[in-house]
Design a protein around this ligand. Sequence first.
Ligand code: SF4
Ligand code: SF4
Length: 67
Amino acid sequence: MPRMTVDPNYCKGCGLCISVCPKKIIRFSENMNAKGYHYAECFNQDACIACKMCYNICPDVAITVEK
Ligand code: SF4
Ligand code: SF4
């Protein structure tokens, strides 16, 4: 089962992953990380197709995609 997760400590809230996800299943969390950024999160793991577009575009290597 594909699964995308974000490490809140590395995310800087740039939103690039949100813009590229073909399934539109990434959003900003209501919660903030220690640096004060609303970090990205996947809100529908069942819809993830593990395309890794989010992983490839993240400048801070905050994303993990499992197949
Ligand atoms: S792996 Fe693809 S479908 Fe899954 S969250 Fe990332 S961009 Fe979206
Ligand atoms: S691309 Fe990376 S740093 Fe930018 S919002 Fe997504 S997870 Fe955070």
